[in-house]
Design a protein around this ligand. Structure first.
Ligand code: BT5
Length: 233
């Protein structure tokens, strides 16, 4: 896959979006050393220390994908596998956060690009690699903090690019993705609070469905939540 590297951009997701809107048919990766307007989900901000972390958005053109959240979940599992290959143990937090010892090491921002039909999917990944300090404002961790050594940013980039090609080539078994994610999801079976756009629910996080949604038992009812933020209650 072609990889385009930039020093400073607002958000690599915007570059990937342009790739898809321009109707390019091949997948591509857009990498930046620093983002001035890095985005998280729900209008949140993704911060970085310039040059220290992997900030990449994969543009995956095509209309045949599993839904964008499930592709985002696959990305989280692939990040987890990469961490495992370094000897690090990881946890998953629905819908697609990756944690080490309870601290966030990576976040994923999947976006579907629709023009009447699905044109493609963007998978934005922020993986903290060599950042040493994290402000209280976003208490995260990095590979360097956990391993006590630096890792070249190309290493996770190459690993993830291969995995994204598998998504593009429809070689990913999403049932396995959900299963792996579930096994790493520490809040499963726990009383949780879920915050979505302008709604919130409390209940027991009971399962992750095959489509990646979260099944919550609340007040005698089952509800499926497609996206939101889940915290321990
Ligand atoms: C995410 O959002 O976790 C998705 C992050 C995706 C970032 C990538 S970087 C490349 C691509 N281009 C973009 O513009 N975005 C993608 P969310 O679940 O909403 O988490 C955001 C929250 O994580 C913030 O509100 C902070 O509390 C925290 N946070 C921000 N920066 C962080 C960091 N570097 N490490 C750990 N936590 C962070």
């Amino acid at each position: 896959m072609d990889i385009y590297t930039f020093d400073v951009v607002e958000s690599t997701n915007d570059l990937a979006r342009t790739h898809i809107i321009d109707r390019k048919s091949e997948p591509a990766a857009f990498v930046a050393k620093h983002q001035t307007m890095g985005r998280g989900r729900m209008c949140r901000v993704w911060k970085d220390e310039p040059g220290m972390n992997l900030l990449v958005s994969f543009a995956l053109p095509g209309n045949y994908y599993a839904n964008p959240p499930l592709v985002g979940m696959a990305a989280a599992v692939f990040i987890g596998e990469y961490l495992e290959s370094l000897g690090l143990s990881w946890e998953a937090k629905w819908p697609n956060d990756v944690l080490i010892n309870g601290k966030k090491v990576a976040g994923v921002l999947p976006e579907g690009i629709w023009q009447d039909t699905l044109q493609g999917i963007i998978v934005g990944i922020g993986l903290n690699v060599n950042q040493s300090e994290f402000p209280e404002e976003y208490p995260g961790t990095s590979i360097k903090k956990e391993l006590q050594r630096e890792v070249a940013l190309e290493q996770p980039l190459t690993y993830l690019a291969k995995r994204m090609e598998q998504i593009y080539n429809q070689e990913v078994d999403y049932k396995t993705v959900v299963q792996v994610f579930k096994n790493r999801f520490a809040l499963l079976g726990k009383q949780v609070k879920i915050l979505s756009k302008d709604e919130s629910w409390e209940g027991i996080a009971s399962n992750i469905n095959d489509d990646g949604s979260l099944l919550v038992a609340t007040g005698g009812k089952w509800i499926n939540i497609n996206w939101g933020e889940v915290t321990l209650r």
